[in-house]
Every structure is written in C-alpha cells, then in structure tokens.
Design a protein. Structure first.
Length: 344
C-alpha cells in the first residue's frame, strides 16, 4: 500500500520517514550480512532513497511495482512491513516468502509488490503483463517497473517497453541510473547521452530527472501515471542517482574514486529534503532527531523479530514453489531430511 503523497505536510513527513527507514534498514542489513547472519547476497539501496519514495508517493495504493535485485527500498517505499522483510533476509519462516526467497525475492502481491528479482531486466515484462491484465479488466491501476542502467540494455526490457507502448498499456518504466552496472560506468554501457533518449524508439515520452530530488521524481511519475491511466501508454523515466555502497556488500569498488562518492553525498537526498522541510517550517531539528530515533527503534524491532523467528522446516523445503502441487516435486519432498542435509 502506498498511502502517502507529497501534497500535505503530514505526507511529506511520512515520505522523509520512509527515506530514513530505508537507510536504516539497509545499514543494518549490511552489518548483519557482514557478520554472516544473513545468507546469500545483499545489494543496498543507500543513496537512492528519493527515487523509490518519490515514485511510490506518486502511485496509488492499488498500483503495482516490479522491483530489482536492489529492492529493499522499493518494498519500504511501497509500505511493506520491515519485520517481515528482515525475517526474509535472515531466511526465517515468518518472512514474506517463508524465508525461501531472501533479499532478492521479496514479494507481496497484496501490497502491489510483484517482487524483487535476481534476473536483471526481468521487472519490465512483469509490469507489462500486469498492465495488460489491468487493461483487459478495465481497472483503475497502473504498473511500474524499476530497472537499473545496466538492465536498460537487456533484451527483454526492449520487448516489454515495445509491447507496452504498441498496446498503450498503463505502464511506467523507471530507470534508476546509479551510474554503474556492477563495475561498468554507464557511458561504457550505452551509446545514447541520456538513457531516456531510448524512449524515441518506442515513440513514448522519455524524461530524465534528478534522482536526488524527491519532488522531481514525484512529479515525473505523477505525469507518467496520469498518461498511463488515461490510456495514452507508458512513459520512460530516468532518475539520475548514486549508490553509496558497492554493487554488493564486499565489493572492493576500485572502479570509482572517493571524490566521486563524496560529490554525490554532498547532494544527499535525505539531507536535501530535510533542509527543505525545515525551511518550510514543517520540521525542526529536534523533530528530525525524534523521527530518526523512532526509525532506529522500528529497525531494531525488525532485527529482534527476525532473530526470534524460526527457520523454515526442511520438510517444507518444496512447499510454496508452485501455486498447485506438482507431482514431480512430491517425490523430492518425501526425501527431504529433517537435519537439513542432502538426502541423495
Ligand atoms: C540477466 C542477468 N544478467 C546478469 C546478471 C548479473 N548481474 C547482477 S546485478 C548486475 C548489474 C545490474 O546493474 P544495474 O541494472 O545498473 O543495477 P544496479 O545494480 O546498478 O542497481 C548484473 C550484471 C543477472 N543477475 N541477471
Ligand atoms: Mg546501475
């Protein structure tokens, strides 16, 4: 559910709170990953908060989003519960996917969150599919896909945008241009100056906005949503942003300089939005400190919840894989060992 906009003071404070929640969630996720408590990989969203929150604030609660491998921020912006997210990262049975998905597969259809995705570029086809169902059923919703600058060069992304634009589907494609796909800078991945230039190939609007400015992101997505909901088809939005951490936790980051990182931190989206709210007399330093303390408590509670939760039982390893039971899976389920070992 996305039950906030940027239109009222309360909404703007809620948006700031979500940005802080994302930063705190991912800071702690990084710590617990380094400690070896979180299995798999984590890709942190720190630095990119204005994009996820500005986008979700412009969507309606019933709208869909399709996310990426860097999806924690999208989940929090869309209103998912940090307790269930953190439990999922820890691989616990109380997590969104019963602990079987982890960081890269958090999904909650009831919240309109179609899933984080380990396959780079796999979000846009999901959004196009959701937009097709919306259009067939004449529902008042839109579907938005987040994708990275790297993903923008993936083949299925082209197919998805082409299909959505040809059929005027209620979709939005939002490129999070964080300047790198793994270690490769954006200018070495693409032949266009701006990634939004590729919109010309589909004859749809393409805009580039400052992804460190939550209002700029919000306004672009609002415009895209209006167009999509009117039956005029998709919009391609590029938000220029930056990830403060490495591609993954443990990345040596020898492909960029400390100066470059600092230049982006000097334009930090949370600092900028906080300053704007203070300027407007909607927030004081003391209120900000209070909000930050509440956010820290929310995430501390989420970690406690995740710690206390049970691991999924090995005999349930093959449950929840398919919506209907698949007989081929049953024979493996019967062979699952309860000590977690391999039964071959
Ligand atoms: C289809 C596919 N190709 C390659 C990978 C390996 N991979 C994981 S993340 C990543 C970089 C993606 O870059 P970008 O889309 O810019 O997202 P960012 O990590 O910068 O948020 C790659 C190549 C993958 N997971 N899936
Ligand atoms: Mg990138």
């Amino acid at each position: 559910m996305t039950d906030y906009t940027l239109e009222t003071e309360d909404d703007r404070l809620e948006a700031l709170r979500r940005m802080l929640t994302i930063r705190e969630f991912d800071t702690k996720a990084g710590h617990y990953f380094a400690d070896g408590e979180i299995p798999g990989f984590v890709h942190l969203y720190i630095g990119e908060e204005a994009v996820g929150v500005g986008t979700c604030a412009a969507l309606d609660p019933d709208d869909y989003i399709a996310s990426t491998h860097r999806g924690h921020g999208h989940c929090i912006a869309k209103g998912l519960d940090p307790d269930l997210m953190m439990a999922e990262l820890f691989g616990k049975a109380d997590g969104y996917c019963n602990g079987k998905g982890g960081s890269m597969h958090i999904a909650d259809i009831d919240s309109g969150m179609l899933g984080a995705n380990g396959i780079v570029g796999a979000g846009p086809p999901l959004a196009t599919g959701a937009a097709l169902s919306i259009s067939h059923q004449d529902r008042d919703q839109v579907a938005l896909a987040f994708l990275g600058d790297g993903a923008t060069a993936q083949g299925q992304v082209h197919e998805a945008i082409n299909q959505a634009s040809t059929w005027d589907l209620p979709a939005i494609f939002l490129i999070e241009n964080n300047q790198y796909g793994e270690a490769t800078p954006v200018e070495k991945q693409h032949n266009v100056d701006q990634l939004s230039d590729t919109a010309q190939a589909y004859d749809i609007p393409g805009v580039t906005v400052d992804g460190m400015d939550i209002t700029a992101v919000y306004e672009a997505v609002q415009e895209g949503r209006k167009r999509a909901a009117n039956g005029d088809g998709p919009t391609l939005i590029e938000a220029e942003t930056y990830r403060y951490h490495g591609h993954y936790e443990g990345d040596e980051q020898n492909y960029r300089t400390d100066e470059e990182l600092q230049q982006w931190k000097d334009r930090d989206a949370i600092d900028a939005f906080k300053a704007r709210l203070i300027d407007r007399d909607e927030l004081s330093e003391a209120e900000f400190e209070e909000m930050q303390a509440e956010v820290e408590e929310t995430i501390a509670d989420a970690i406690e919840f995740a710690h206390d939760a049970e691991l999924p039982h090995p005999q349930e390893a093959y449950d929840d894989m398919f919506s209907d039971t698949v007989p081929e899976i049953e024979k493996f389920a019967n062979r699952a060992r309860t000590d977690g070992g391999d039964s071959r």
